[in-house]
Design a protein around this ligand. Structure first.
Ligand code: ZN
Length: 385
């Protein structure tokens, strides 16, 4: 199989815990790709020969970003709602319903081209693995086709029928639908099941019922929880041993203890707080308590329409008490862990060769130069995009 040596890397971030120092980084590093995988990592001076040689002129290389939380299958535009919010109106979960109407009216082709456009935009900003949720169909047919569209772009698909109770039904009847015929139609296209556990959406008992139904057909659980206020979601996630629970903006001391004790990853979504002008989650508090923290975009048309993990890293550093050395693994290795993935999120021999080349000498520049398009190259499974 053809090999490629990528060398003269100013800082090679590996996230390899076996290496000394911050981020398992190697100064003046190199790596060899063989097919879709990383074959060798080390100092440029020690690099073996390869069929092809690429000199990066001192640029930094990071593992590709892993965005473990996005809602890309939708139609319509909610820019006026954003503008109104910036003029002083507050965010409420019910805004989801406006996207639902547009999504139901869209054809499969329209939804597919929209997701393709958004995934391409994510990739240009360094995201090489993305999770995509349903949740804007909210009928058996529309949830299943949303997931079928998402599945064309990623294996990390999540059934989020329990996003909000649609108009024209009751919460009880809707949970019965979600846990019954909708789940049956969605499950063939989904790896995960998720619930928006929040006041105005679904309560703890309803979330528990949806997660149990999903588990009964082999779907792994995750939750949106504690975004708009305190609630039962984070402790439910910890109790059930879920891989990750997302948002975690309003946490009581018992929530933090539960996350630490369970090992459930707290996935923070600072683009949401930016776009809704809400208080940011306290990442420093979580890290100091020993909680595992990931960063993701939550890209969606209502509460956060960014696809950029570099932007989220900069926000996490500026607004949430994270250092650049904590924020970068949160958007790479911990994002992968939040999807139960061990093949991505690092640059270690045997892992998938997903990498980002920065037009900068180190990872620090992602937060040091916010808003600057520093991603100069993206490789997925050993191939430049
Ligand atoms: Zn979300």
């Amino acid at each position: 199989m053809a090999t490629t040596l990528i060398t003269n890397i100013g800082e090679l971030v590996t996230n390899d815990p076996a290496r000394e120092g911050v981020l398992g980084a190697i100064a003046d590093g190199a790596l060899v790709l063989e097919g879709a995988l990383v074959a060798w990592v080390g100092a440029a001076a020690d690099a073996p020969d390869a069929d092809e040689r690429i000199d990066l002129g001192g640029r930094a290389v990071l593992p590709g970003f892993v965005d473990s939380h996005s809602h890309l299958v939708f139609a319509g535009d909610r820019a006026p709602e954003f503008a109104a919010r910036m003029a002083g109106e507050s965010y409420a979960a019910g805004g989801i319903r406006t996207t639902v109407a547009a999504t139901r009216a869209a054809s499969d082709e329209q939804l597919t081209s929209q997701v393709a456009r958004l995934v391409a935009e994510m990739r240009r900003q360094g995201t090489t693995t993305v999770e995509i949720k349903s949740g804007y169909g909210l009928t058996v047919l529309d949830e299943a086709r949303s997931l079928a569209v998402a599945r064309q772009f990623t294996e990390e698909t999540t059934f989020l029928g329990a996003h909000v109770v649609p108009d024209g039904t009751t919460p009880e009847a809707y949970v019965d639908l979600v846990t019954g015929p909708m789940l049956a139609a969605a499950a063939p296209y989904a790896r995960w099941v998720d619930v928006f556990c929040e006041r105005g959406a679904f309560d703890g008992d309803q979330a528990r019922a949806v997660l149990a139904a999903g588990a009964s057909v082999g779907l792994r659980g995750r939750l949106h929880a504690n975004q708009l206020g305190p609630g039962p979601g984070v402790r439910l996630a910890a109790e059930l041993g879920l891989t990750a629970v997302d948002h975690c903006t309003y946490l009581e001391p018992a929530d933090v203890d539960a996350l630490r004790d369970s090992g459930t990853i707290a996935t923070l979504l600072p683009g949401v707080e930016f776009s809704t002008r809400q208080p940011y989650p306290d990442a420093r508090r979580l890290l100091d308590a020993g909680v595992r923290v990931a960063l993701a975009s939550d890209c969606n048309p209502g509460s956060c329409f960014t696809r950029s993990l570099p932007f989220c890293i900069a926000l996490a550093v500026r607004e949430m008490g994270m250092t650049p050395a904590a924020a970068v693994p949160a958007a790479t290795a911990m994002g992968a862990a939040a999807l139960d993935r061990s093949d991505v999120g690092g640059l270690v021999p045997g892992m998938r060769a997903d990498l980002v080349v920065l037009d900068a000498p180190s990872h620090v520049h992602l937060a040091y130069r916010p808003g600057v398009p520093l991603v100069a190259g993206v490789w997925v499974a050993g191939r430049p995009m």
